[in-house]
Design a protein around this ligand. Structure first.
Ligand SMILES: *[C@@H]1O[C@H](CO)[C@@H](O)[C@H](O)[C@H]1NC(C)=O
Length: 147
């Protein structure tokens, strides 16, 4: 019976690890990266502030609450994928810095914004970016270099 007790905990442990891995994967996929951070060519709007108001809503980032901060990258998907390979330099763990600079728009929510009427201010920039890669694809955008 001794072994049974000793085996139960590792099993529980492994289940929890598996669950954690699944949840982590759910929260960080290439598809989600594209939805949240990819807009190329940049969607037309009268100005960058209205661009943010439009895109944040259109990409579902204002449903439950107004997402406070989000950056859209205006570059071909191939160039973003390449950061995880020849187009990037390894930083640490699964983080990579792009060799190239990209046009980006960062949207920051204005005070007292509420879902249904989320209002943003915009900051544009041309910068290299830092991403987390999983299986050769970017899944997460680090704020490191962003405007
Ligand atoms: C980046 O933005 C600048 C200024 O808005 C623009 O002139 C340039 O064409 C853009 N570059 C690319 C690669 O889209």
């Amino acid at each position: 019976v001794r072994w049974a007790q000793g085996d139960l905990c590792p099993l529980l442990f492994r289940t929890l690890i598996l669950l954690a891995v699944c949840l982590t994967h759910e929260g960080a996929s290439y598809r989600q990266f594209v939805t949240q951070h990819f807009d190329n060519p940049k969607t037309n709007a009268a100005n960058d502030r209205l661009y943010c108001n439009l895109l944040m809503q259109r990409r579902g980032l204002t449903r439950i609450f107004c997402k406070r901060r989000n950056t859209f990258i205006h570059a071909p998907a191939g160039q973003l994928q390449a950061i995880c390979a020849r187009g990037g330099t390894h930083v640490s763990l699964n983080l990579y810095d792009s060799l190239e600079s990209f046009n980006v728009t960062t949207c920051r929510v204005l005070p007292r914004s509420l879902p249904g009427n989320c209002r943003y201010r915009a900051a544009i920039g041309n910068t290299k970016i830092r991403v987390a890669c999983v299986k050769g694809l970017p899944v997460h955008l680090e704020p490191t270099y962003l405007p």
